[in-house]
Design a protein around this ligand. Structure first.
Ligand code: FAD
Ligand code: NAD
Length: 485
């Protein structure tokens, strides 16, 4: 006889732990299996997000922003700081304390909800059995009516720049530098490249981002991407597009620097020497050791676990959520899938709205988006109207020295419903969430324009951009209403 659960979740990242908590809330006997442990062998919950992703990167972004502000920004306010220094190891320790606090918080939450936390590596067997192998190699078999696979993702590696966890690192290593590298190379000018590149650039690194694509942030609205590139370049990030890395070699004499060779889109060859090199060229789904050969679960052609619109795999009672399935690799996307799956297991008709998932790049200023871009709407032939509003004309932004950037609102030309909102500017992450909320309720640009926004707030830029869709913005001369195909 195997110990039997209603639900077994494999993986305790933001997808898995949320699914487990929601399942337990709904009265289901739930276990959550996690293989991550600390140096003392203690179970570590929270996955990539809490341990080496969202939370530690934001801790360092916050610290480095404060340093940068004190260094360059305070003077405008008449504040001088004298001889400013940065203690990198204290900054890293603060980050580690935050990570431990958050991860312990999840362990406490699982316990409080009566989820059984199990340390070990879970492998799905045929018949919804799960084999758990602990660090010593002991194997236990559990059984469940429903199994939720939430094994997450890992960084993609490239043969031209093999990670040695010293000079050449992935995103995890880039959260651990013990001193500020003078010359920092970043392969990939995507979300991680820009966030972690910004951290070290603010602390004094000369940062060069080598990006293979000719366009910058191609998935984003290109007007906002262009504005973002302008702002980040002004801050000192040297973003080189159309650059394909052809090789890297760590100096064999001092072991402390790496020479990187690359070619640009004209075929010109270049080389650069860096003290550290971060490889951040995307992440891939992680399924190693997760599925027994006869468990029957299919992967898609890119290695993601194949699921339907409700995260059900091709095997009845086996579900998969988070980074290990299609869709954006975002913590909140996985968490919401976790809630939906738990509720469907409990017999509810929950559905996930994949059309309204906000995304944010936590540079300064932040870059945030929800819904469709102008490029997507053009390619599908939808008629739309656009309103934009610059933070330069927002009193609160000017008072806060945060006037860079804009809000761009896109509405359906026939119905006026908001189709997308794209922001680069102060507090963009929180501002875009207001629009996500409005979109969930089917709001039009006119609806947002009629809402009273507090003054002076950054959010007035959202209202003004909505007003601008129909040429009614107040604090800016309106250009002729634009209707585009
Ligand atoms: P994961 O968080 O990867 O968790 C999977 C868990 O499953 C892991 O703990 C793993 O140990 C465990 N596991 C795997 N296989 C097994 C097995 N066989 N048995 C037991 N356990 C197993 N997203 C955002 O939304 N906002 C951000 O600001 C953000 N910042 C990021 C910054 C960085 C540097 C990185 C790397 C990522 C960031 N992300 C961010 C992405 C976010 O971290 C992921 O989308 C999210 O963690 C995915 O959640 P998940 O639960 O699917 O997988
Ligand atoms: P990414 O997909 O955002 O960017 C990778 C970049 O590397 C792309 O621009 C790509 O064109 C480029 N690239 C790929 N191969 C290359 C090569 N050989 N040489 C040069 N450039 C190359 O991936 P990422 O930055 O590694 O982040 C991984 C995932 O983690 C993202 O999908 C994102 O969803 C998630 N994440 C989210 C946040 C956030 O929400 N704030 C933060 C960090 C990470």
């Amino acid at each position: 006889m195997f110990e039997k659960y209603d639900v077994i979740v494999i993986g305790s990242g933001p997808a898995g732990y949320v699914a487990a908590i929601r399942a337990a809330q709904l009265g289901l006997k739930t276990a959550c299996i996690e293989k991550w442990s600390d140096e003392n062998g203690k179970l570590v919950n929270g996955g990539t997000c809490l341990n080496v992703g969202c939370i530690p990167s934001k801790a360092l972004l916050d610290s480095s922003h404060r340093y940068h502000d004190a260094h360059d920004g305070f003077v405008n306010h008449g504040i001088s700081t004298g001889n400013l220094t940065i203690d990198v190891s204290a900054m890293i320790q603060r980050k580690e304390k935050i990570v431990a606090q958050m991860s312990n918080g999840i362990t406490g939450l699982l316990k409080a909800n009566n989820v059984t936390s199990i340390l070990g590596s879970g492998k799905l067997q045929v018949g919804k059995k799960v084999e758990v192998t602990d660090k010593q190699g002991n194997v236990t078999v559990l059984e469940a009516d429903n199994v939720i696979l939430a094994s997450g993702s890992v960084p993609v590696s490239i043969p031209v720049a093999p990670v040695d966890n010293d000079v050449i690192v992935d995103s995890t290593g880039a959260l651990e530098f013990q001193e500020v590298p003078k010359r920092l190379g970043v392969i990939g000018a995507g979300v991680i490249g820009l966030e972690l590149g910004s951290v070290w650039s603010r602390l004094g690194s000369r940062v060069v981002c080598l990006e293979a694509m000719d366009s910058f942030l191609p998935m984003m609205d290109q007007q906002i991407a262009k504005e973002t590139k302008k702002i980040l370049t002004k801050q000192g990030l040297d973003i080189r597009l159309g650059c394909r890395v052809t090789g890297s070699s760590v100096n064999t004499v001092n072991g402390k620097e790496v020479e990187v060779t690359y070619i640009d889109s004209n075929g010109e060859q270049y080389k650069e020497i860096f003290d550290k090199l971060i490889v951040c060229v995307g992440r891939r789904p992680f399924t190693e050791g997760l599925l027994s050969v006869d468990c029957g679960v299919n992967l898609d052609e890119r290695g993601f676990i194949f699921v339907d619109d409700h995260c059900l795999t091709n095997v009845a009672g086996v579900w998969a959520i988070g980074d290990v399935v299609r869709g954006p690799m975002l913590a909140h996307k996985g968490s919401e899938e976790g809630v939906v799956v738990a509720e469907r297991i409990a017999g509810q008709q929950a559905v996930m709205n994949y059309g309204i998932i906000p995304s944010v790049i936590y540079t300064h200023p932040e870059v945030a988006a929800v819904g469709q871009t102008e490029e997507e709407l053009k390619s599908e032939g939808t008629d739309y109207n656009v309103g934009t509003f610059p933070f330069l004309a927002i009193g609160r932004a000017v008072a806060a020295d945060s006037q860079e950037g804009m809000v761009k609102m896109i509405a359906d030309a026939k119905t006026d419903r908001i189709l997308g909102c794209h922001i680069v500017g102060p507090n963009a992450a929180d501002l875009v969430q207001q629009v996500a909320l409005a979109m969930e309720f089917g709001a039009t640009a006119e609806d947002i324009g009629m809402i009273v926004f507090g003054h002076p707030t950054f959010s007035e830029a959202v209202k003004e951009a909505a007003l601008s869709v129909h040429g009614h913005a107040i604090h800016m001369p309106n250009r002729k209403r634009r209707q585009k195909k």
